[in-house]
Design a binder for this molecule. Structure first.
Ligand code: SPD
Length: 278
């Protein structure tokens, strides 16, 4: 960093000719795993930051808005989620939220064991899940791992990075067919589905094939200032339950973003995206 000001620009954004810049105070670790470049920084105003291939995965300041919404929406719709699979999510933030529910087992399938290692080392408030007896942590390709399960999971969460590099297969129709088959007859899947402002083409493709696969498919979103466009969305793919009509009011401890009004509001979409997913 040579004593000069250093800013990280999200590479997924930069490739498209845009930029979100976060000022970095220091680099805590920089390494190359078998799959990707991994960087942990201390940032000026968002706390510690994890980047994979120079794409911002999380910051300490706003990760809760992402991890709470990718988890609690479906966990508060399914009446009795016992078995949960998280694909990706090696930082542990999604599992931390899932474990706030009375679940029996959580499989976390992360392709890159180095992501788990740096998260345990540098993000202790995010990676709390790895000590929990209900966790089954696997380092494998999630697209392959899911093929080993039929009619098994109540909830599958895909906490992926962007559809380039190792996560590309997690945005393909075949993978979603395998998610469908791994779910019980009333199972739900929630999958990271990018920004409604910046990724309309991708969202359209996801919804075209997911509507062939699942009876109920909806898009919802959360606000994350350090992601491109400040917002990121999810596909809610369900065999039986409607995400709003079937919402429960379970007691969930220690939440900073999710509440029952936010749950319902997250599915109320602007016209331009309703035209694509509606
Ligand atoms: N554009 C970046 C999207 C990253 C989504 N996944 C982040 C992983 C946090 N657990």
């Amino acid at each position: 960093m040579n004593g000069k000001d250093f800013w990280i620009n999200d590479a997924w954004d930069k490739e498209k000719g845009r930029s979100i810049s976060i000022k970095i105070k220091s680099s805590l670790e920089s390494c190359r795993s078998e799959f990707q470049q991994i960087d942990v920084y201390e940032s000026e105003c968002f706390g510690r930051l994890l980047a994979l291939d120079n794409i911002i995965m999380l910051t300490e300041a706003d990760e809760f808005a992402y991890h709470e919404m990718i988890s609690h929406v479906a966990l508060n719709v399914h009446p009795d989620p016992r078995r949960v699979l998280i694909i990706g999510g090696g930082d542990g933030g999604t599992a931390r939220e899932v474990l706030k529910h009375d679940v029996e087992e959580v499989h976390l399938c992360e392709i890159d064991r180095e992501v788990i290692r740096v998260s345990i080392k540098y993000f202790p408030t995010i990676s709390t899940c790895f000590d929990d007896q209900r966790m089954k942590v696997v380092t494998d390709d999630g697209a392959e791992y899911i093929k080993g399960y039929k009619d098994f999971f109540d909830l599958v969460i895909v906490d992926s990075s962007d559809p380039i590099g190792p996560a590309r297969v997690l945005f393909a129709e075949e993978f979603y067919n395998n998610i469908h088959d791994s779910l019980t007859e009333d199972g739900i899947a929630v999958t990271q589905s990018e920004s409604m402002f910046y990724d309309k083409g991708l969202i359209k493709d996801l919804f075209v094939f997911n509507k062939r696969i699942f009876p109920i498919v909806r898009y919802f979103y959360t606000l994350v200032p350090t992601y491109p466009s400040g917002t990121i969305g999810f596909s809610f793919c369900s065999k039986k339950y409607d995400p709003v009509k079937d919402m429960h009011k379970k007691i969930i401890p220690d939440l900073r973003y999710y509440n029952y009004d936010i749950h319902k509001a997250a599915f109320m979409l602007p016209n331009f995206i309703n035209q694509i997913v509606g």
